[in-house]
Design a protein around this ligand. Structure first.
Ligand SMILES: Nc1ncnc2c1ncn2[C@@H]1O[C@H](COP(=O)(O)OP(=O)(O)O)[C@@H](O)[C@H]1O
Ligand SMILES: [Mg+2]
Length: 334
């Protein structure tokens, strides 16, 4: 019998990006898959590497916001991905909470309609302004800055890229002691690196759209920018009732097609009818756009239909798996 294996944290949690200690209820997913003839097993992320996996096993996992667990998962799943079918794909574990990886990935795959890049040294950042600077982790717009001039870069150097006074004193001392060549190598090591992504700035936005895609269900939240600011995420000025333009939903659907994950969270900017993908996640994203929504959009006869009603996360998660299994014709008998 073909197996589906769910990996939880040892605490029992199956990741939920909103309140990380709460779990997605997997019972509806288990019931749905059992009905389809799969054998359902559960294990934990720390034991996954020792499992006796078969190539046609489907291993469904979530990530962790704990940096140690996350780094462990990246290492272990690098090998696990070759022994079974990981869901979502390993690439999404790499992209989890990593805006730098996301930038390279979107360039390689050619999606998103927004130019960007990934660096670690402030000295190599673009010199043509403006652009958006982002530390690779962070939510609610923390770590996201508009860079309009060299002055803004200097501000970053004194904050995000600052080097401690102690280190600067040691550097001075080494400058006297070391040869020019050795000092150059030594000082590079202590320049104060920080990984960051840059993106083309989309000017004049009043809002962005957070779109959660669970299979055929599209949940949307319109988020207005803060007063006197360009950033919407974390502003708290959100509108669950606003209708979402069809071209934004079309754009979200085209990204979903490319990314091919059962669940997705997309931040989309609509600039005069042209859409851009600002950020994306396929693991452990905040679910409130779903849980607080009064309904969702679904594709219907070429357009979009609104389906009213409050959605349950566990049930919607099961739907997303069902839709994914259908789309890829994943059967218990294969
Ligand atoms: N390239 C961009 N151009 C214009 N506004 C942007 C751009 N990138 C991000 N923003 C604004 O900043 C906010 C936060 O950016 P985002 O990358 O989504 O980080 P976070 O992880 O904090 O949500 C977005 O909600 C959007 O309003
Ligand atoms: Mg965002």
């Amino acid at each position: 019998m073909r197996r589906v294996i769910f990996l939880r944290l040892p605490s029992g949690v199956f990741g939920n990006g909103g309140q990380a200690w709460l779990s997605i209820d997997l019972k509806p997913s288990r019931d749905m898959l059992e009905k389809r003839g799969f054998s359902i097993l559960e294990s934990t992320v720390d034991r996954a590497i020792s499992l006796d996996l078969r190539p046609n096993d489907i291993v469904i996992y979530s990530s962790s916001d704990d940096p140690e667990i996350y780094e462990y998962m990246k290492d272990a799943f690098y090998f696990i991905r070759n022994r079974c079918q990981l869901l979502p794909h390993y690439d999404f574990l790499m992209a989890y909470e990593n805006k730098g990886f996301q930038e390279i990935y979107r360039k390689e795959r050619g999606f998103g309609n927004l130019d960007g890049n990934y660096f670690y040294d402030l000295d190599v950042s673009p010199r043509s302004f403006p652009y958006v600077f982002k530390t690779i982790t962070g939510a609610g717009s923390s770590g996201v800055h508009l860079i309009r001039s060299k002055r803004d870069l200097r501000k970053l150097r004194c904050t995000i890229f600052s080097v401690s006074l102690r280190r600067r004193l040691i550097l001075l001392q080494r400058k006297w002691k070391l040869s020019k060549e050795h000092y150059a190598a030594y000082s590079y090591r202590h320049k104060g690196f920080r990984r960051y992504a840059v993106q083309e700035f989309i000017s004049g936005l009043e809002c962005d759209y957070k779109i959660l895609i669970f299979g055929e269900r599209f949940f949307s939240l319109k988020r207005y920018v803060r007063k006197g600011d360009f950033r919407a995420s974390g502003s708290g000025n959100f509108d669950f009732t606003a209708s979402t333009p069809a071209h934004v939903l079309d754009f979200a659907a085209s990204i979903a097609n490319k990314l091919d994950a059962p669940q997705l969270s997309l931040d989309i900017a609509d600039s005069g009818g042209t859409c851009h993908l600002i950020e994306y996640q396929a693991l452990n994203f905040g679910p409130t756009t779903l849980t607080l929504s009064k309904g969702y959009y679904r594709r219907e006869s070429g357009g979009w239909a609104w389906v009213s009603g409050v959605s349950d996360l566990g049930e919607t998660y099961a739907h997303s798996l069902e839709a994914y299994f259908d789309k890829h014709d994943i059967r218990a008998t294969a």
